[in-house]
Design a protein around this ligand. Structure first.
Ligand code: SIN
Ligand code: MN
Length: 225
């Protein structure tokens, strides 16, 4: 794996590793994910209050999955449709986390977003986690996306990044609460990785605070997590 050799600083707290995963490693990861997703199929979440359906489909890996429905945004240990626990996070993603942001305790959630052509994601902050000290780490697979990221206010200046298959992006520290979203997917055959076309985004997040250990090492707060 040609891992994390070229880090491009995007803005304070925002780092991009273009082509962090080579095409063969992307295909291996995709196979692993598709097997896990048999137990945790994609479903279409709905917006709090309005109940409007998202244009993306979602699933999760890890001890806690991020969900949205009319009751609000939150983390849950089980899939809202099947009632089963989420599958474990693929080990390759844990390796990427260690290489990119390894000084933080392990991620507990890997949100999986599936963008078929035409899907998008409005500007938002990731703020449902108690562990805001850990960055958000996000891997793109499949078709290119026009990803927008700005500052910590919705109306501030923002920049557009064209995220390609295999690109890894971290935002943390001063950018942990940066507004971000996906303006659109470039679906004119920019990748043939995803069966049926489109883009997958894998977002790793620490949810619960890690306990400080004597000597400074951090340990997971959740038993067995
Ligand atoms: C997200 O913010 O949940 C997804 C971002 C992306 O698809 O790149
Ligand atoms: Mn997000």
């Amino acid at each position: 794996m040609a891992l994390l050799s070229r880090a491009l600083p995007v803005a304070p707290g925002i780092t991009l590793w273009p082509a962090a995963l080579a095409p063969e490693a992307q295909a291996v990861l995709l196979r692993d994910m598709l097997e896990r997703l048999e137990q945790a199929p994609f479903y279409r979440p709905t917006m709090p209050r309005t109940g409007k359906a998202f244009s993306v489909e979602q699933s999760n890996f890890g001890a806690l999955g991020w969900i949205s429905d009319q009751a609000g945004y939150r983390y849950e240990p089980c899939h809202p449709v099947t009632g089963l626990p989420w599958p474990a996070i693929p080990p390759l993603l844990l390796t990427l986390w260690d290489e990119a942001v390894g000084s933080h305790a392990k991620p507990e959630c890997c949100l999986v977003n599936l963008y078929r052509p035409g899907a998008r994601m409005g500007l938002h902050q990731d703020r449902d986690e108690a562990a805001l000290d850990a960055p958000v780490l996000s891997l793109s697979l499949g078709d290119d996306a026009l990803f927008r990221i700005g500052g910590t206010t919705r109306r501030g200046a923002s920049q557009s990044l064209r995220l390609k298959s295999g690109d890894l992006l971290a935002f943390g520290g001063p950018a942990r609460l940066a507004f971000h979203g996906v303006d659109r997917i470039i679906s004119a055959g920019s990748s043939r990785l995803i069966p049926g076309g489109g883009r997958l985004n894998l977002t790793l997040r620490r949810v619960t605070p890690a306990q400080e250990q004597p000597g400074g090492a951090k340990k997971d707060a959740r038993p067995g997590g």
